[in-house]
Design a protein. Structure first.
Lengths: 269, 317
């Protein structure tokens, strides 16, 4: 099993130039037919954030500050920026092999690179949005702390988690198409179970542990901690340990399924 | 030098139809509980460099399966397939993306073959020139006629550096001028010492282009020899076969398959390291335990007392 896992990782490293070029092409071709083109990558999440801010910030909370002196909009942005990436990359990555079967089965192509280039193409939007979040943070006069050094760690953790998940589910979806619909509903549910729109402090203490069983919790809180100055990584070690074991579980199962079925993808079209 | 070597190769396809059966595949090994179709049975052949080989046979004889096996798109269940060099395959259904334009498809296809932008830029004019479909190059593929699609596919395939070229009935949709251009290009390939496999139902095309012909019948090599030997035999078979009624054709097929079953020697089971990936049961359960342990550690760490748990829940709602 270790051998197979190593071979998947090696394929990622060896094919990295190919993955990067295809990711760039993917995002360019997705917006080729639209008048505003790449701008939609920011407009679309921007409009969604506006609605969330309006309903949950202004409407329900009367634009109160969160955790002392952070304006709700900033607090919301820091969490939702990573959620948009996870949601998009996870759903597209999981469907990536299934939706490209007709194309890739006519040629030899490293199958394990398909989810990764689809995920990487979402990274461009993520970087652009992070930049905007930074600007908002600075405009609001929130001090940038040393905790920002943790951001690359949480970004890498997000990427690895999404890849492990997509590797597992891209194979499953090719075999059983229903899973795609199940994933979509699950992600919609997970959005409300993750502290993006609400603050965990408002929940009774006894529920905190249960809410942490959602692996995305670790990432969203991690991003917030890095951007707004919260806890250090090692202070969150139990959640971290749990997160990485879930990721390892997904990657092991994903490797097994991928290697077992990748030779028969062609015949499943 | 032998470019392609097949040694007692057998290819079976699972005849899964329902999603329920596909779901079963997740837990069981293939070919045990599912009905299978044997597309190739005990095929051994060798093709050298610079050879131009025609592949003939009636529908369902395994021509496309054989070309897909050689191009590495599908894998054999039994026996060894040894390929020395890059393979390009041209088939009628090209695996082109319908919403993208011709130019974008060329770009994507080249990217997937591992080229960088500079190299694609360099090859693009040659490919567009060869396809010769005019302004349609900037139109989405869905507006193309079948001839145009085939021309574009052919243009891409011949302009990447392949050592082995497989043409799977792709020339039948082009007109005479394009056909001539393709033949010129293929002759060029031939002179460069590249290997070409030519699948066609047109015996005239085969006769004018190939030196060697392989006749497949129900997944086995019926005859393998020079064009002069094989084509007349195949032609004779075709006229006989056409005279049979549908019932007799079925009967013929059954008889031939029975004969094959009696003769065929099973090749050695394919035991690639990748094929026999062991079920990581104990690893998975080990990590699951870790997940559980870490999870409960977290929950216990955060929860002061489980007695207050339900109380808190009711309070919340």
């Amino acid at each position: 099993m270790w051998k197979e896992m190593k071979s998947i990782i090696r394929e990622q490293v060896e094919n990295f130039p190919l993955i990067r070029r295809l990711a760039r092409y993917e995002i360019k071709s997705a917006h080729a037919e639209q008048r505003l083109g790449l701008l939609w990558e920011l407009l679309n999440p921007g409009l969604q954030i506006f609605i969330y801010w309006f309903v949950f910030g202004v409407g329900l909370k009367g634009n109160r500050n969160v955790e002392g002196d952070t304006p709700f909009i900033v607090w919301l942005l820091c969490g939702i920026v990573v959620w948009f990436f996870i949601n998009d990359a996870l759903l597209r990555g999981s469907n990536s092999i299934n939706s490209r079967l007709a194309m890739v089965t006519k040629m030899r192509f490293p199958m394990s690179a398909i989810p990764s280039y689809v995920i990487l193409s979402r990274m461009y939007q993520h970087f652009a949005m992070l930049l905007i979040v930074f600007i908002v943070i600075i405009l609001n006069g929130i001090p940038i702390t040393w905790k920002l050094l943790q951001l690359p760690y949480y970004m890498a953790a997000t990427y690895i988690f999404v890849y492990a998940f997509s590797l597992c589910f891209s194979t499953l979806i090719t075999l059983v198409k229903d899973i795609q619909l199940f994933l979509q509903s699950m992600m919609r549910m997970l959005f409300y179970l993750t502290p993006i729109l609400w603050n965990i402090e408002r929940f009774p203490d006894v529920l905190h542990g249960v809410l942490r069983l959602n692996p995305v919790f670790y990432l969203v809180e991690g991003y917030r901690a890095s951007l707004l100055g919260g806890a250090w990584v090692w202070q969150e070690w139990p959640t971290g340990l749990y997160f990485w074991s879930v990721t390892l579980l997904l990657f092991t199962a994903g490797t097994f399924l991928h290697i077992k079925f990748r030779k028969s993808f062609t015949e499943l079209v | 030098m032998s470019m392609i070597k097949l040694d007692h190769v057998t290819k079976r396809f699972d005849m899964v139809t329902t999603t329920k059966e596909k779901f079963k595949l997740l837990f069981k090994n293939q070919s045990k509980n599912v009905k299978t179709f044997t597309a190739l049975r005990d095929v051994s052949l060798e093709i050298g460099s610079g050879e131009v080989v025609g592949l003939v046979g009636i529908n369902g004889s395994g021509k496309s399966t054989l070309s897909n096996l050689i191009s590495g798109i599908i894998y054999a269940n039994e026996g060894d397939v040894e390929i020395n060099g890059e393979v390009a395959i041209i088939a009628v259904s090209q695996g082109l993306k319908n919403v993208l334009t011709g130019r974008e498809n060329i770009h994507l296809k080249c990217l997937m073959l591992g080229m960088d932008d500079a190299e694609i830029e360099r090859r693009m004019p040659g490919i567009i020139d060869f396809a010769d479909i005019g302004d349609f190059i900037d139109q989405p593929i869905k507006k193309y006629s079948s001839g145009m699609k085939s021309r574009l596919g052919f243009a891409i395939a011949v302009n990447v550096d392949a050592d082995i070229l497989i043409v799977d009935e792709a020339l039948s949709v082009g007109d005479q001028t394009f056909y001539n251009r393709c033949i010129d290009k293929m002759n060029e390939f031939k002179n460069e010492g590249k290997t070409i496999i030519f699948v066609s139902h047109s015996l005239n095309q085969i006769r004018s282009f190939c030196e060697r012909v392989i006749w497949l019948e129900y997944g086995q090599v019926k005859l393998d020899g020079t064009t002069k030997e094989v084509v007349p035999e195949y032609k004779k078979f075709l006229t006989e076969y056409k005279k049979l009624t549908k019932e007799e054709q079925h009967q013929y097929r059954r008889d031939r398959l029975k004969e094959q079953g009696a003769q065929a020697k099973p090749g050695k089971k394919n035991m690639d390291a990748e094929d026999t990936v062991k079920h990581p049961g104990w690893i998975l359960s080990g990590i699951s335990l870790l997940v559980l342990a870490a999870g409960s550690l977290m929950v216990i760490d955060e929860t002061p007392s489980f007695a207050t748990f339900t109380e808190a829940l009711t309070k919340l709602f």
